[in-house]
Design a protein around this ligand. Structure first.
Ligand SMILES: [Zn+2]
Length: 429
């Protein structure tokens, strides 16, 4: 396939060039200012379009895809822990196989329509644990996206629930990676995990040569619980259980101190910043000035990384950071670096021998677009409404604004029925 005469922009380092891309199988095989179509080759005219590498969401919860418009609790939650108890821990308990599958499809459709080609998902469905990750993989692969999946281990559903969570992670990892999907170990947060649970997670990680995806210091309650119960900070606690490695994902880190953030990153851990979720839960501002090895996540609000990057930028500006533009861009680029280290692929490059994971946007800039001002266009010009087509591993999952891999109308119609039933089950819990 030949993608012809596009404006190709890559982010790391920033570059903007008129180029043609030749794609064979899952990879870009040739890139040049001009390429003539080969005999029988399909030609995609991309004149007037902007092509970007597919975007990476470093932390999401696909299971929340069926929560849009869901009635809230009778009494509004008064704290972050109450938001979990009254909303999310009741919703996840009401999930069954059908709703996990459909939320995976709906979330993946949203991702494709937002130009997001790779998701790090953190899944919980306490009434349907065993087989939940395979169900989610089936949905995301049917749509055609890449993902890294894990199950949220926690003590909040008793020891049986905890052990089932670890077993689900272990079983999924043992089933092996596929071209599009990897596994890792998932855990909720320090304040819902005992020392024994952390040791069990650590053992599972060693056995599978994997790493941990965990919420850290999202709310002050997490650090206070750790200080009172374990007499140490959160990073120290994770270290004591050998849970920090070069592919650990620490999500939020809102209440970590700068020295703690430095320590975690020195151990190789990645920080995931979720500014819109943090604002939505009113949990505070992360010290993003100390985020170096870091990426952005939507925490399940949607799968829109352009919106998340803009929110990261505005929030940093609001606290007076003068380098906010560059810092927000670095976080977006961090997603490609993180994903590349997991998949062992040069994601985000669009050069010969790199994966053909890309987004075609209907974007005719009203001002000059160059490598130097690409960040300005990304933050002030582009949004998901510009996404025309999305390709993963050389296959269009969205083409000319139509989802190609599943019947979108049918999925949405099934999802509406499943969501209504899910909300009803949740109300009864
Ligand atoms: Zn989360």
């Amino acid at each position: 396939m030949l993608l012809k005469d596009a404006t190709v922009a890559t982010l790391d380092p920033p570059s903007v060039e008129r180029a043609c891309l030749r794609i064979e199988g899952p990879v870009v095989v040739e890139r040049a200012a001009k390429l003539a179509p080969a005999m029988g080759e399909e030609v995609i005219e991309a004149e007037g379009a902007l092509v970007l590498p597919g975007l990476v969401n470093a932390h999401t919860h696909l299971y929340s895809a069926l929560a849009r418009g869901m009635p809230g609790p009778a009494e509004p939650p008064k704290s972050f822990v109450e938001i979990l108890e009254k909303v999310w821990w009741r919703l996840d308990r009401a999930l069954d196989e059908e709703s996990v599958y459909l939320s995976g499809l709906v979330g993946a459709i949203e991702a494709a329509r937002s130009g997001t080609t790779l998701l790090f998902d953190h899944h919980a469905s306490p009434s349907f644990i065993r087989g939940s990750l395979a169900t989610l993989r089936r949905a995301v692969e049917e749509l055609g996206l890449r993902s890294v999946l894990c199950y949220e281990t926690t003590d909040r559903n008793g020891l049986e629930g905890r052990d089932a969570g670890i077993a689900e992670n272990r079983g999924f990892l043992a089933s092996g990676p596929t071209e599009l999907t990897l596994g890792m170990l998932g855990a909720h947060a320090s304040f819902t995990l005992s020392n024994e649970s952390l040791d069990r997670l650590s053992a599972a990680i060693q056995d599978a040569n994997s790493s941990l995806h965990v919420h850290v210091a999202e709310d002050r309650a997490d650090i206070e619980h750790c200080r009172v119960r374990h007499e140490c900070g959160l990073v120290e606690r994770l270290r004591r259980h050998s849970l920090l490695s070069d592919r650990t994902l620490l999500v939020h880190g809102v209440h970590l101190s700068e020295p703690e953030l430095h320590d975690a990153q020195a151990d190789g851990a990645w920080l995931v910043h979720c500014p819109r979720s943090n604002m939505n839960n009113a949990v505070g501002h992360a010290r993003t000035i100390a985020f170096r090895r870091a990426a952005l996540g939507t925490d399940g609000l949607d799968q829109d990384m352009l919106a998340e990057t803009r929110a990261a930028f505005l929030r940093m500006r609001d606290t007076g950071r003068e380098d906010a533009l560059a810092a927000a861009f670095e976080l977006l680029v961090g997603g490609h670096r993180l994903a590349s280290s997991f998949f062992g692929l040069a994601l985000g490059r669009l050069e010969p021998a790199t994966p053909a994971d890309l987004v075609v946007l209907d974007y005719r800039p009203p001002t000059p677009l160059t490598a130097e001002n690409l960040t300005g266009h990304l933050l002030f010009g582009l949004d998901r409404g510009h996404v025309r087509s999305t390709m993963v591993a050389g296959r269009f999952v969205l083409r000319d604004r139509r989802i190609t891999t599943v019947d979108e109308a049918q999925v949405l119609s099934r999802a509406r029925v499943a969501a209504a039933a899910l909300w009803e089950r949740k109300a009864g819990l």
